[in-house]
Design a protein around this ligand. Structure first.
Ligand code: NAD
Length: 419
């Protein structure tokens, strides 16, 4: 592959994917986007920590810096937010990491995050939410939270099929819906914006499969399909039905649905089986607070996933901590849940834990479990010792408030001690 304005590092090798599994060299080339706003603070901090964990476990990382967002415009010219170089690098090297990218609300370009996920077909956004010792939380028992949400990443109302009020297009869609489809008394008179919510069998099933596979591999007890099928019967209801189809038809005795469990086994799950159940999304937002320890893996359509995983994240310490990664076939792009927080940009102030722990997911995907565990333990150790960034410092008694880069250095020191 040839690149216009970025360079492939001379040292390091490409990760290969043969359609089934990855082959990961000891020193893989990993593309990284620093991102907008606080990306310039958290991305180098994460690089520092991830490299230290890789080195401590017999590996290395050759970073390949690529661009998106504001910095891409500086490098590639006005109007180029997502250069071909960047998409090609993630395609060629399979595994990468990115900081946050700014998306203007309303007018302007579509979300770069959404564009990247679509271009690379990163169909599952995975967000583990677990509590680290010492992290302040608004709930009494944050340690009960240990969920992983699998959010569908390519469809639903995020598909971008929408029309602006006042345009000829929206008028055409309105006339079709009212006159051809018979919804003639449904939409109020006057200006209207209209969007379409596609939920496909293909998109649902590959997401649910991934969630169930994860539950089996990680010895988890349940997968919960979270939907609003009571109201949106043919989209969210279909998500539930197709999800159950996967559970019933593809896993034999390894997976059992909640209704079968009660009908045939009096609620007693076979040992080692994963139970698949479903919950209505609004109820689920209560359950994560009131019955936190009853849930394990969540599988959700795009919008529910966005809301619910942020709510889960709040219970374990908020945006400075919450990690995530996007997965496709043979692909992983790790990214923190938080955005570009422009008012803190470049101040060496914010918490890099979310980006570092997102990088941990990337290390796991590489099969570098020892390095991944070191990262988690070292972050936990650093926070427990109360050397923390401002967001955590203001919520705890005592402790030392440190800069983003100092916090990362403290984690590196802990990695070296723990290794
Ligand atoms: P945000 O996550 O950028 O910031 C909200 C607030 O959360 C900040 O003001 C800050 O108080 C806190 N915060 C966020 N990250 C933190 C960190 N690492 N350490 C400490 N505190 C932190 O959300 P926003 O203000 O709604 O969005 C800003 C921009 O980011 C928007 O353009 C939005 O579209 C974009 N965004 C991008 C992504 C992404 O790239 N994946 C995700 C969410 C939002």
């Amino acid at each position: 592959m040839s690149y216009d304005k970025v360079e492939v590092p001379e040292e390091g090798e490409a990760i290969e994917f043969d359609g089934e599994s990855l082959s990961v060299p000891d020193n893989p080339i990993i593309p990284i986007i620093y991102g907008d706003g606080i990306g310039v603070d958290v991305a180098p901090a994460a690089q520092n920590v991830l490299e230290a964990a890789a080195n401590a476990t017999g590996h290395d990382i050759s970073w390949m810096r690529v661009y998106a967002g504001e910095r891409a415009q500086e490098e590639y010219g006005e109007g180029t937010h997502l250069p071909d170089d960047t998409v090609s690098a993630f395609e060629e090297f399979h595994v990468g990491i990115k900081g946050p990218l700014t998306t203007p609300v309303g007018a302007g370009f579509r979300s770069l995050n959404v564009a990247l996920r679509k271009e690379l077909d990163l169909y599952a956004n995975v967000r583990p939410t677990y509590h680290l010792d010492g992290v302040p939380s608004p709930v009494k028992n944050p340690e009960q939270m240990d969920m992983v949400s699998f959010r569908e990443n390519t469809e639903d109302v995020y598909a971008g099929i929408e029309w602006e009020a006042g345009t000829d297009e929206v008028q055409e869609v309105r006339e079709f819906v009212e006159q051809e489809m018979g919804f003639d008394e449904t939409i109020h008179d006057g200006p209207v914006g209209i969007g379409i919510k596609p939920i496909t069998e293909f998109g649902t099933k590959r997401l649910v499969r991934r969630a169930i596979d994860y539950a089996i591999e990680h010895d988890r007890d349940s997968v919960t399909l979270v939907h609003k099928g009571n109201i949106m019967k043919f989209t969210e209801g279909a998500f539930r039905d197709w999800g159950y189809e996967v559970a019933r038809e593809e896993y034999g005795e390894n997976v059992i649905t909640e209704d079968t469990l009660w009908e045939e086994r009096d609620g007693e799950a076979p040992e080692d089986a994963v139970v698949v159940n479903d919950r209505i999304a609004d109820n689920m937002l209560q359950q994560i607070l009131t019955r936190t320890d009853e849930y394990d893996i969540l599988a959700l359509p795009n919008l529910n996933g966005d809301y619910l995983s942020d709510a889960c994240g709040a219970q374990i310490g908020g945006l400075g901590i919450a990690p995530g990664a996007n997965f496709g076939e043979g692909r992983c792009l790790a990214e923190p849940v938080h955005g570009s927080a422009p008012k803190y940009a470049g101040q060496d102030k914010v918490n890099p834990s979310a980006m570092i722990l997102s990088g941990r997911l990337m290390l796991e995907y590489l099969g570098w479990d020892e390095a991944a565990d070191l990262v988690r333990d070292a972050v936990e150790e650093t926070i427990s010792s109360k050397q923390v960034t401002y967001d955590i410092h203001r919520q705890i008694e005592g402790g030392e408030k440190v800069a983003t880069s100092e916090f990362a250095e403290a984690i590196v020191e802990n990695i070296e001690q723990l290794a």
